[in-house]
Design a protein around this ligand. Structure first.
Ligand code: FE2
Length: 479
């Protein structure tokens, strides 16, 4: 049935027919084809976001077409009356045009309840459609998130392909997911508003109903000698927790224009179910060998101290780290990330590190700088496995004690590096194909299970998929 819906959406796009949002239609979490196509119009760039208290609140970010006071209006579906919360005004100049961006948190939400919400301006001249989300009922038992690596598109055809990749993968996975995770490089050029508009337009296959978690990549910000390094764009279009480190002045490099608060909303942490998530702005470690900000040792140390404090001050059995530049990846050799982070990850027993930037799907397990030599694996039809010999340590099912798992996405969009760059870093498994891979990650009290789907297509920008297959599955367990 879903395959038919996707085919019909493709037909609608090919005919150039779009359903306009008139501000009155309600959509639900069980979307009809009209809802999905209307959703792809996302006129207010609406996205839901994770908060520091994701089991009782929901963040939202949106854009109004003109200067106003804006509100988010919401209620439990079962309630009679709406509450409204005045949104925080984040108006800023992007692309030489003023953008009226807003954020708010919907609070006091109850587990398992479905909520209805919409956004509006002061005069009610701009009133968004009603959308719904459902709060997690018992994430401590089990929860799932979808991982979307670096869309980083520039054009509508690229983001359209991204939207369809998500639809194909979610159709095949056929599972509910509680939030969506991005390791950065959401757009290609942060200061181009059109790219953010396209990101929200095609992310609306989930963004009205499911919160988003993200950190910044090198494409979401700018060089340290540009005023935009303070990331007005990322902050404007995202509503993420600001419980990260307090930096000192950035004065170790000539022309460094970073302000101490430039990284707010890019490094933060939150608890969800049985997991503690630490989200790190890895641009802080960049040493200038690739396009990035310069390395400020004092503030990198502050970030390291914050991560250590964060990992030692929670009571969750699982620890998952998200960042853009990974320590063990095939395309880029991120030495300063590795030097700063790996000793901390080992010391605090982080279970899973998820990163992007590399555009070449890979997985490796390392401990104390040494890659673990797995001796058994399931059969892999696609991709390359290394170091598999006779023995008992199974690459698809192993204990958290074995080491830290480093999972690198390729892309949820259309840009691939496999074969075009080489870091010299070893990994246990890699998939060099130029097809998007979308993992679904499920956390229970005794396991982290990952199922990665590959959307096989004839060409990068093809909308129609040939097939969707499981690329690999693996499970990290507690003894
Ligand atoms: Fe990147």
């Amino acid at each position: 049935m879903k395959r038919k819906i996707i085919a019909l959406i493709i037909l609608i796009f090919s005919l150039g027919v779009f359903v306009a949002c008139d501000g009155s239609e309600a959509t639900t979490t069980e979307q009809s084809i009209e809802d999905i196509v209307a959703g792809l119009n996302n006129p207010y760039n609406i996205g839901l976001f994770i908060t520091e208290e994701p089991e009782t609140s929901m963040g939202i970010n949106f854009e109004m077409p003109e200067e106003t006071t804006a509100y988010v209006v919401y209620k439990a579906v079962s309630d009679e009356s709406y509450k409204s919360v005045r949104a925080t005004d984040k108006t800023r100049l992007i692309d030489d045009r003023t953008h009226y961006l807003f954020e708010a948190d919907m609070t006091g939400l109850e587990p398992g309840l479905t909520y209805e919400y919409y956004v509006r301006d002061e005069a009610k001249e701009h009133v968004g459609d009603k959308h719904r989300f459902t709060m997690p009922s018992d994430p401590g038992e089990s929860f799932t998130f979808m991982y979307l690596a670096d869309p980083q598109e520039t054009s509508e055809i690229g983001y359209m392909a991204y939207g369809y990749h998500i639809m194909y993968a979610t159709e095949e996975a056929d599972t509910d997911y509680d939030f969506v995770m991005f390791p950065g490089d959401i757009i290609n050029e942060a200061h181009i508003a059109t790219q953010w508009n396209l990101f929200y337009k095609y992310s609306s296959v989930f963004s009205y109903n499911t919160p988003l978690v993200a950190t910044t990549g090198n494409h979401d910000g700018n060089g340290f000698d540009e005023e935009r390094i303070n990331s007005l764009e990322f902050d404007g279009y995202m509503n993420l927790p600001s419980n990260g480190p307090a930096y000192e002045s950035f004065d170790e490099l000539d022309g460094d224009l970073r302000q101490p608060d430039f990284s707010d909303g890019k490094t933060f942490s939150f608890d969800y179910g049985n997991a503690h998530f630490t989200v790190v702005n890895s641009e802080m470690y960049c040493d200038g060998t690739t396009a990035c900000a310069g390395y400020d040792e004092t503030n990198a140390d502050i970030l390291n101290d914050w991560i250590e404090q964060d990992l030692s001050n929670h009571d969750k059995p699982w620890q998952i780290v998200l960042l853009h530049r990974g320590p063990y990846t095939l395309s880029y050799n991120n030495r300063t990330v590795r030097d700063n982070l790996v000793p901390i990850l080992d010391e605090y027993g982080v279970d899973l590190l998820i990163n992007g930037h590399d555009h070449h799907y890979s997985r490796a397990v390392y401990l104390a700088g040494e890659m673990i030599d797995f001796s058994r694996s399931d059969n892999y039809l696609r991709g390359d496995l290394s170091l598999i010999e006779e023995g008992e340590l199974h690459f698809n099912d192993y204990s958290e004690d074995v080491g830290v798992t480093y999972l690198t996405g390729n892309t949820s969009g259309t840009k691939y590096y496999a074969g075009s760059k080489s870091s010299g870093i070893e990994v246990n498994y890699s998939y060099p194909g130029e097809n998007p891979v979308i993992p679904f990650i499920t956390v229970t009290d005794d396991s982290i299970s990952v199922v990665s789907y590959v959307v096989l297509k004839e060409s990068r920008f093809a909308i129609q998929a040939e097939s969707v297959e499981i690329l690999e599955t693996f499970e990290i367990t507690k003894e």
